[in-house]
Every structure is written in structure tokens, then in C-alpha cells.
Write a protein that binds this ligand. Structure first.
Ligand code: ADP
Ligand code: MG
Length: 238
């Protein structure tokens, strides 16, 4: 019964994703089609030509981003799990975005509690952290001061590790929080809405979980739940 429920849930999730893709691709296609249809009549209209040159590449680029995000995930090889140090992974992501963080005046804090091992596919977890970092930076973009991004590991559980990533952004409404992990849910005009969906998938592939806590006006914390990397690598390389 349990297996059947899981299979049903997977099919439902897949259906939702496919419907989302169809919808997201159809909008730019409709725009491009309209330009193509008007083209013979409006070829000499300078304003029309300017609009076409601006919007058609934009719509094509948007479709490309959707496809690339999805391929990024589906192209992946099976998980390559190894024992990895969380502090090192977070530091390498911080390094990748050092310039951006500095220019946006975001202060990152890496708590000493990060110095713990987990059993993960390093590249995949980096992808999750990159998504969370970009979201936090986008969330705090309107703020002029007090932009902080904190990484720490919560005390507790012996066989599990919970990494908390907190920002001092505007937080989100309860309504948004409910839809956060759905494919194509976005509140940004240029957003795609796949970042958190794919991050959740990656955490599930690890047998882990991603959760969120947010208060409007008081910031957001994402929690990544991992299994601790205390056993040898050799048994877990699959
Ligand atoms: P995208 O970034 O393309 O919008 P995501 O899946 O990465 O898609 O995020 C979905 C939505 O979740 C965002 O549009 C935003 O509304 C909300 N969100 C994600 N992270 C944060 C955060 N740190 N603070 C506030 N809102 C957030
Ligand atoms: Mg995002």
C-alpha cells in the first residue's frame, strides 16, 4: 500500500510538472507566433521592428532557461555520495559568489558548527546551496542595510545533521510558503520558479528533506536535513 501511495504521489507530481512546463512554454510561444503573424504586414513599421527585436530573443531566452534548468536535473548521473565536510562545501559556494555578495553588501556568517561531515553528492548539494543563496540575495535586494546570510548546524540529533540558512530579508506570506516548492511557483517578474522545486528533489534523492520557516518582515530560514557522514565511504557509493 505504502509503495502504491508513493507511486501515485510521484505520478501526481510529474503531472503537475508537465502541466507547468506546457504552460510556461506556451506563453512565450504565443508571443513569438503573434510577432511572426504580424510580420508581413508590419515589416515597414519601425516601432514594430524594434519591439520584435526586443521581445522575441527575450522570450526565446526564457524558454531556454526553463529547458536548461530541467536538463540540469535530468542529465545528472546517479548520486555520487561521499563523506563531505559541510563547512568546506559552504565555503566553496561562498567563494563562487564572493564578488556578488560583496557588491550587494551581504554579510555572510559561517558558524563553527558547520564543521561536521555529511554523506552527500557534493555537486548536487552545492546546487541546492546556490539556489538558496541566490534567493536570499534576491529577497534582500530592496534592503539598503542589515543584509545577513547565516549558515549554521543546529544542535541535536545524533545520526542526523540539520543545516539552517537564514536571511534577514522580508520573509514571505503564509500563502507563498505553501506553494514554495511547487514547480514554476515564483513571485518574481523574471523568475522561473524551479530553484526550490529542484532543490527539494535533490534533498529527497539524498533521503533528506528541505523545510522552511519564515515570518513576514523578519526573514527566512531554510533547513536542510541530512544523514550524518559517520560510516565509511565504501559501503555508500551508489
Ligand atoms: P525563483 O527564484 O525563480 O522565483 P524559486 O523556486 O527559487 O524560484 O523560489 C520560489 C519563490 O519562493 C520565489 O519567487 C520567492 O517568492 C520565494 N522565496 C524563495 N526564497 C526566499 C527567501 N529567502 N525570502 C523570501 N522569499 C523567498
Ligand atoms: Mg530562485
Amino acid at each position: 500500500l505504502q509503495a502504491r501511495l508513493i507511486a501515485q504521489e510521484k505520478m501526481r507530481a510529474l503531472g503537475e510538472l508537465v502541466a507547468g512546463i506546457a504552460h510556461e512554454i506556451r506563453n512565450p510561444l504565443t508571443a513569438i507566433k503573434t510577432f511572426a503573424e504580424l510580420l508581413p504586414r508590419k515589416l515597414n513599421d519601425e516601432r514594430f521592428r524594434a519591439q520584435l527585436v526586443e521581445h522575441v530573443p527575450e522570450e526565446v531566452a526564457r524558454m531556454n532557461r526553463i529547458i536548461e534548468d530541467l536538463l540540469d536535473y535530468s542529465r545528472e548521473k546517479p548520486l555520487q555520495r561521499k563523506r563531505e565536510n559541510l563547512l568546506e562545501i559552504v565555503q566553496s559556494v561562498q567563494g563562487l559568489f564572493a564578488k556578488r555578495l560583496e557588491s550587494e553588501r551581504i554579510e555572510t556568517k559561517l558558524d563553527p558548527t558547520l564543521d561536521v561531515d555529511v554523506l552527500v553528492d557534493r555537486d548536487r548539494i552545492k546546487q541546492v546551496l546556490i539556489n538558496l543563496l541566490l534567493n536570499a540575495s534576491e529577497a534582500m535586494a530592496q534592503q539598503s542595510a542589515d543584509k545577513q546570510l547565516t549558515f549554521r548546524v543546529l544542535p541535536g540529533e545524533a545520526r542526523a545533521v540539520c543545516l539552517a540558512i537564514s536571511d534577514t530579508g522580508p520573509g514571505m506570506s503564509e500563502q507563498d510558503r505553501l506553494h514554495l516548492f511547487q514547480p514554476f511557483f515564483t513571485t518574481k517578474s523574471q523568475g522561473i520558479g524551479l530553484g526550490l522545486y529542484l532543490s527539494q528533489k535533490i534533498m529527497h534523492d539524498h533521503g533528506g528533506e528541505i523545510t522552511v520557516q519564515s515570518t513576514e518582515g523578519a526573514g527566512t530560514t531554510f533547513y536542510l536535513h541530512f544523514a550524518k557522514g559517520e560510516t565509511g565511504d565504501e559501503h555508500l557509493d551508489h
